[in-house]
Write a protein that binds this ligand. Sequence first.
Ligand SMILES: Nc1ncnc2c1ncn2[C@@H]1O[C@H](COP(=O)(O)OP(=O)(O)O)[C@@H](O)[C@H]1O
Ligand SMILES: [Mg+2]
Length: 296
Amino acid sequence: MSKRNAVIVRDLIKIYKLGEIEVQALRGLNMNVRKGEMIALIGPSGSGKSTLLNVIGGLDKVTAGSIRVFDTDLSKMSPAELVNFRRGTVGHVFQNMNLIATLTAAENIELPMAALGIKEDERTRRVEELITVVGMKDRRDHKPGELSGGEQQRIALAAALANDPPLILADEPTGELDTENARIVVEYLRKINQELGKTVVMVTHDPRIARVSDRILRIHDGVVQADVAPTSEGQQADYGDLLRGRVDELDVTLAGLESQFKAGTLTGDEYVDQQMSLTKTMEVLREELHRLGIVN
Ligand SMILES: Nc1ncnc2c1ncn2[C@@H]1O[C@H](COP(=O)(O)OP(=O)(O)O)[C@@H](O)[C@H]1O
Ligand SMILES: [Mg+2]
């Protein structure tokens, strides 16, 4: 079963204890990510998206349930084993603070390799390769402060690839970027997924960014509420279909209104009134579709 799966999560529970208070961040979450797949996690703030990425990435121990990443069972690992797993398997990109300000772009990419004891020749070769992958070769000697936010994130992507990990975790990698830079960064992430064959799990709150992936999982209160893979079945997909059907209906009604107005069976005021009201409903439905990550 795990031949095709990069990540298998079963009944995952993560409870944070803050003194007397317990916060249940994940409440029995299930999901699979196939090898070579690019997944987007969307969902409201505090729903458990970062917690999920952190336990997949071995940054945090689970409370209960099981989690397998490339055939490694993380739920049974000691903290030291988790560090080792993470080093070999995971490249993690965050919203910000990925880079060291005093190092150049090339040095930032090289740093994780040095930590692994990779020889200098090999390091230089890989830095060249990775900086080219993210289209930043001509900026190799710039410090982060001399690069735009989008360029910094492209360097952060290259640095995450330094150890050639099979899994890339990206937690709101475009969260602080303007629309254009966000689009560019997510396209590089997609390129890394498709051309280098890396499995990617990305958190984003932007439906336009989520749409670049193969599948969108909506997280709510620590569980997967909707899986909007094109092939997915079940309640949530049906809900999406329902919404989409409603939008199509409204389109027809709107067209009908127009012909009634042209035929003189509706006054101008009536037409404008009804048209505005329908358009508003349509907007709400479209927003809901976007929220679910459904391309419409
Ligand atoms: N280190 C932590 N200690 C205590 N509570 C935490 C910690 N990290 C996250 N939480 C809580 O767990 C819940 C999920 O948080 P998080 O995974 O960061 O959500 P998201 O990334 O979807 O915004 C929130 O209620 C949050 O306050
Ligand atoms: Mg988060």
